[in-house]
Design a protein around this ligand. Structure first.
Ligand SMILES: [Zn+2]
Length: 575
């Protein structure tokens, strides 16, 4: 080993095992880590990491790049934030399998559930596939910056097998159930990492309908789990309101027992069910005690709505005066809103009957914050718009109006939708520390007009390991392990997530002291010029994927070593 591709020299290694940081060089050759410790070989590229952290690349198991991955070479914003593997096809939505007649149905489903503009999907998706395997072939044929892995989504599957009856949530016949089972088995064999479904009333199509999979019979779910069992690999991903918590938890327990496959579900603290997560956590612990691989995906930040004039929602969208100018380009809208007479009129209006969620924002000033720069995702209650209004004697509407119209209308208010019932992240901390949870829920590629939680892997380091002042922090080795080794293991990707000889060379070199999130902002670069929230970070000195430098100081190098990950991967022999 006289010469290797890259040597990262003199860094502080946090290797993903959870063990303490240590000084070590890392040698990389042909896409693989070939040495850790004191490296005498020379690198064709030498990276000076003195004073910097060296970590595995992040493995984000909950994204929705199913469309973007077919038209875009770069899986941004994820790849900007040190993520080197994304798993998509979550929450039961995606684009395969599909018949020619159902393209619109799947677009309306994705547009509604994940807030990805339909126009972008219409223009961006080539639809040159029908089966899930053909969709994977399409993904494989494109170069990209980081690795992507896909799961077969129940919504697409049900529409494929049942047509309109599937979309309308009618019960599947025995023959249809058998076909779904066979197709899941086939998709896993073709390289799907798992199967995903949604059973929540919150997820809606763009037409406001419930998703095809809500209310799917237990027999259907059992058959699909049997399909996984027959495939002998793959995971189950689940979203549910857990309203009938006994029945639902018994069902997932049964599916895991029957299939022998791991299952993870989304868990947040919702204001309407503030203690449900505690109930779910104790059930998780009981399942783990029985040796069942059931975990909850949790997020170390509020699920944060960004309210702004450029986004999907803000508190004034149902005021008649605003509705009259909503179609105007941003600059014209802001100019109008800055006219004193217009401002006065709009602020005097009551919201029109409209989207109940949007109207509920109007009364929720106690949960609305100026996000600020650097963005503050754990603001104290006294920083809320409501508290500020009380302190200053102003009408909260006026404060909101002024924030929304400042800086050319580009600003955002932060509205912590979930995980903020108690106005701090202490409960989130408890969730993250539970051994039966996984870091997840970034939703990368989705909710592009209202949420930008794809930056959470960066936030886990800045906030939880360095900046948090309102409570306990987390140890850096724990956080690194949780978003590399643990997430990779949970998906059966045993070839990555650690810095050790034989592992895939996915590596971040980070200036931890200066690591910093920038505020989210809107860009208009989706197909058809549709919008999406974007967020950058400073402090990622180098990101390496498959042994190639893909980012240097926040700038893409143009290297596209990313691949479709087909199916689970075994651990390297060297390990
Ligand atoms: Zn999701």
């Amino acid at each position: 080993m006289a010469e290797v591709d890259i040597v990262i020299r003199g860094g502080t290694l946090v290797d993903g095992t959870g063990s303490a940081p240590r000084k070590a060089d890392v040698a990389i050759d042909k896409g693989v880590i070939v040495g850790v410790g004191e490296i005498s070989a020379k690198g064709r590229e030498e990276i000076d990491a003195s004073g910097l952290l060296v970590t595995p690349g992040w493995v984000d198991i909950h994204t929705h790049y199913d469309g973007q991955a077919t038209w875009d070479e770069r899986m941004t914003p994820s790849s900007i934030h040190g993520t080197t593997t994304v798993v998509m096809g979550n929450c039961g939505v995606g684009f395969a399998p599909v018949r020619k007649t159902d393209h619109d149905t799947l677009i309306r489903l994705m547009e509604g559930v994940e807030d990805i503009p339909g126009a972008a999907l219409h223009e961006g998706l080539s639809w040159n596939w029908e089966s899930f395997g053909e969709y994977l072939d399409q993904l494989e044929s494109r170069p990209r910056d980081i690795d992507v892995a896909a799961q077969i989504p129940h919504g697409a599957l049900r529409v494929y097998v049942m047509g309109e009856r599937g979309a309308n949530r009618e019960p599947a016949t025995d023959a249809e159930i058998a076909e779904m089972k066979a197709l899941v088995r086939e998709a896993i064999k073709a390289g799907a990492l798992g199967f995903s479904t949604t059973r929540t009333m919150v997820h809606r199509t763009a037409d406001g309908d419930l998703t095809p999979t809500v209310g799917a019979a237990d027999a259907e779910m059992v058959a699909i789990a049997e399909g996984l069992k027959e495939a002998g690999t793959g995971v189950l991903q689940w979203v549910s309101d857990f309203k009938e918590i006994d029945h639902e938890f018994n069902l997932i327990t049964h599916l895991v027992e029957l299939s022998g496959r791991p299952l993870s579900f989304s868990m947040v603290q919702a204001d309407v069910w503030p203690d449900q997560w505690r109930d779910l956590t104790s059930r998780l612990d009981a399942a783990a005690a029985k040796g069942l691989p059931i975990k909850a995906q949790v997020q170390g930040r509020p699920v944060g709505l960004m309210l702004g004039l450029q986004g999907s929602v803000h508190p004034f969208v149902t005021r008649p005066s605003y509705a009259a100018i909503a179609h105007l380009p941003l600059a014209e809208r802001v100019a109008k809103m800055l006219e004193p007479a217009f401002r006065e009129k709009l602020l005097s209006e009551a919201p029109e009957a409209g989207h109940p969620f949007v109207n509920s924002l109007a009364g929720a000033y106690h949960k609305m914050f100026d996000l600020g720069n650097p963005p503050n995702y754990e603001p104290a209650p006294e920083k809320s718009i409501g508290a500020r209004a009380r302190a200053s004697g102003q009408n909260p509407d006026e404060i909101v109006y002024d924030i929304l119209t400042a800086n050319g209308g580009t600003g955002f208010l932060f509205f912590p939708l979930h995980n903020y019932t108690d106005f701090n992240l202490d409960n989130t901390l408890t969730m993250m520390r539970n051994p039966n949870t996984l870091f997840g829920l970034s939703d990368g590629g989705a909710h592009v007009g209202a949420i930008c939680d794809v930056s959470v892997p960066t936030y886990m380091l800045t906030h939880w390991c360095r900046d948090r002042s309102r409570g306990e922090r987390l140890d850096l080795p724990f956080v690194i392990k949780s978003q590399t080794h643990d997430t990779a293991q949970a998906m059966g990707l045993l070839d990555r997530g650690l810095i050790a000889p034989g592992y895939k060379a996915d590596v971040n070199v980070i200036d931890f002291e200066h690591l910093q999130l920038r505020p989210p902002h809107m860009v208009y670069d989706l197909p058809s010029g549709a919008r999406r929230l974007m967020q950058e970070a400073d402090g990622y000195v180098v990101t390496i994927a498959s042994g190639e430098v893909i980012y240097r100081n926040g700038e893409p190098t143009g290297a596209l070593p990313g691949k479709l990950v087909r199916g689970a991967k075994s651990a390297p022999a060297a390990a």
